[in-house]
Design a binder for this molecule. Structure first.
Ligand code: MG
Length: 204
């Protein structure tokens, strides 16, 4: 499986890091070795002093496809979860300054925490959107709603599949809302869709 991530898909988050909102979706990939499954701890990597959480809604691809058209896009996913796009913010800053790719800041071992998947139809709110949040040591640190996304789930499927063939089991990280911040050893992170806890991760 591969992990495809979308950067700057919420305007308020782009603004908090002084980034412009992109004209087209900003994509990067994480290898399958980046997976960290629900309940497993993350060991604080030695190469960073500024490890950040970014909570995101995840889509799981349920059907193989490329060059997917808008009218069929929603057939390619039926389960969602929450995940954390762990980011070595200091390393990312350096990469950006040098104009280098982001992988060493974002795609390292276990940098993609992936929650338990649930059927998308079970977790939409009354307006058809998904509310999601992250707590750190029991306090809410990030809260988002998918209706604030710049590029919708379906439009992401269309755009991504122009470049990368989607395969069953692939996971898409759909972008983080505002409120990203640092973690320390000993912190406990918990990700939610609505009130449902789908991801637990402690920092060791
Ligand atoms: Mg992210």
């Amino acid at each position: 499986m591969k992990i495809i991530c979308v950067g700057r898909n919420y305007a308020a988050h782009a603004a908090e890091l002084n980034n412009p909102v992109p004209q087209t979706p900003l994509l990067f990939l994480k290898p399958d070795t980046a997976q960290l499954l629900d309940g497993y701890p993350l060991f604080y990597p030695a190469f960073t002093k500024d490890l950040h959480y970014e909570v995101e809604v995840l889509l799981k691809i349920c059907k193989n496809g490329k060059h997917i058209t808008p009218e069929f896009a929603s057939d390619y996913y039926n389960q969602v979860s929450v995940g954390i796009d762990f980011t070595a913010r200091d390393v990312q800053r350096e990469c950006k300054e040098k104009g280098h790719p982001w992988e060493i800041a974002k795609a390292w071992n276990h940098s993609a925490a992936i929650g338990r998947f649930v059927p998308i139809e079970d977790v939409k709110n009354d307006t058809g959107a998904i509310d999601f949040s992250l707590t750190k040591n029991g306090e809410t640190v990030q809260q988002g709603i998918t209706s604030d996304m710049i590029t919708s789930f379906d439009d992401l499927i269309v755009y991504i599949s122009k470049y990368f063939m989607l395969l069953r089991g692939d996971v898409i990280f759909t972008g983080t809302p505002k409120g990203v911040g640092p973690v320390q050893i000993g912190d406990r992170l918990e990700g939610f869709i609505g009130k449902q806890s789908l991801l637990n991760c402690s920092i060791k």
